[in-house]
Design a protein around this ligand. Sequence first.
Ligand SMILES: Nc1ncnc2c1ncn2[C@@H]1O[C@H](COP(=O)(O)OP(=O)(O)OP(=O)(O)O)[C@@H](O)[C@H]1O
Ligand SMILES: [Mg+2]
Length: 285
Amino acid sequence: MTTQPAAGASRLKEQGMSVTLPTQEKIVFSQVDKLFASPSKTGDQVRALVGLDLTVHKSEIVSIVGPTGCGKSTALNMVAGFDAPTNGSLRLDGKAIVKPGPDRAVVFQQAALFPWMNVLENITFGIKSRGVAKEQYMASAEKLIRAVGLNGFEKHFPYQISGGMQQRVQIARALISNPEVLLMDEPFGALDYQTRILMQQLLLELWREFKPTILFITHDVTEAIYISDRVIVMGARPGRVKLEVAVEEPKPRSLDFLTSELFTGLEHQILETVQHEATASHAAH
Ligand SMILES: Nc1ncnc2c1ncn2[C@@H]1O[C@H](COP(=O)(O)OP(=O)(O)OP(=O)(O)O)[C@@H](O)[C@H]1O
Ligand SMILES: [Mg+2]
């Protein structure tokens, strides 16, 4: 495993700007294995993750890329508390994760909104059912609806809005309980290119305001570099970390960053490892 030197950080220091690197450990995977029973009843086990070591710091955005089936969703689901490691430890703020909690919110590729509820009702359903008073959550809902650009659409039903807008609803719904951790599994994977870029910029703006810790899974290397403080490349199954690079560019980022030397250098380095792992993955199947 190699880590890219903090080129951007030293550049900022040269310019006399201080860089505060995140230090508080938020999510820590230590030697995590995850084995699944094979559905084919042959007695074989699926080794989804083997010896995964990964630390995500408070308010950091970390993306995971890697070939299909390498265990990205498995890792994210364990942080969400949907599943537990077979061996090793997985901790949030130093405590073992045992179940889902309001401190973590998950955003999936498909919006999965309630079709019979309008935008506002979808956003407030979870917080309402937790018994929070209406006066309290309505102020947050209105603020978030403005932040994700859905003002004027509060009364629309999911079928009356676009896929991008549905993902905005899902993000607002995730953020309304002010979670410390946002877990995003290919959240923009089903969106067209233009909408994706808008959503990436929106995510960085929301990050600036709420400073959540974000674990983000994507197949899109450009997206991973653009939004992240660190990009993790996982290897072909059984999954473990193959490469880790720091993206030392202040956030939010302008579109110019996409054509900068720093960006293209990181992209090249990451793509090389991704290609290598994808080839290994195909050879194994
Ligand atoms: N509940 C389960 N039971 C059995 N095997 C599972 C289960 N969940 C995942 N797996 C297996 O674990 C491996 C990792 O799956 P996972 O969904 O984490 O991959 P991924 O990296 O998210 O892939 P993709 O990029 O396609 O989403 C796969 O071989 C998958 O078949
Ligand atoms: Mg997945």
